[in-house]
Design a protein. Sequence first.
Length: 190
Amino acid sequence: MAIREILEVPDPRLKTVSEPVEDNEFDDELRTLVADMFETMYDAPGIGLAAIQVGVPKRVLVIDLQPEDPDAEPVECDHDGHTHTHPATKKEPRIFINPVILDPAEDVSTYNEGCLSVPEIYADVDRPATCTVRYRDLDGKEHEEQLEGLLATCLQHEMDHLEGILFIDHLSRLKRQMALKKLKKLRQAA
Ligand code: ZN
């Protein structure tokens, strides 16, 4: 496994419309891509990643919301000589290949979204609160599942990447320009 470079705005490759994984492409190369995507996502750290974010224009998503693990001991953390504890999290890796949304709900939820390709920028985005997704797993087997909450939001955010759309594209032009300006300033300061 390897950590791959995450493309960031304004890299034009992020606007690519990704291609489906074909029947004869459920192979070792796909397994390596998915393993690398998880490693890259956990390292960043983030909760979702689309293949195009590591420069591969294929309809492949990985998601792990890394929920709190009530059965595990809290983790002690050390930052700049200051110690604090936070609940332990567990891994819940999810893979969605060639995902299609079948019935987005009319109810909307709003989440303060961020994106590994738009670092340090967060903004509220409205999306259908629940949706049913049809997708294939690493063996090419088809599944259908109803999603809600953060998982529904995260899946829709990642599926946007497959169409070359970023979460900031859902904002008003003014808010998007402000976000990109802020990112530019942060980069200059770094
Ligand atoms: Zn994203």
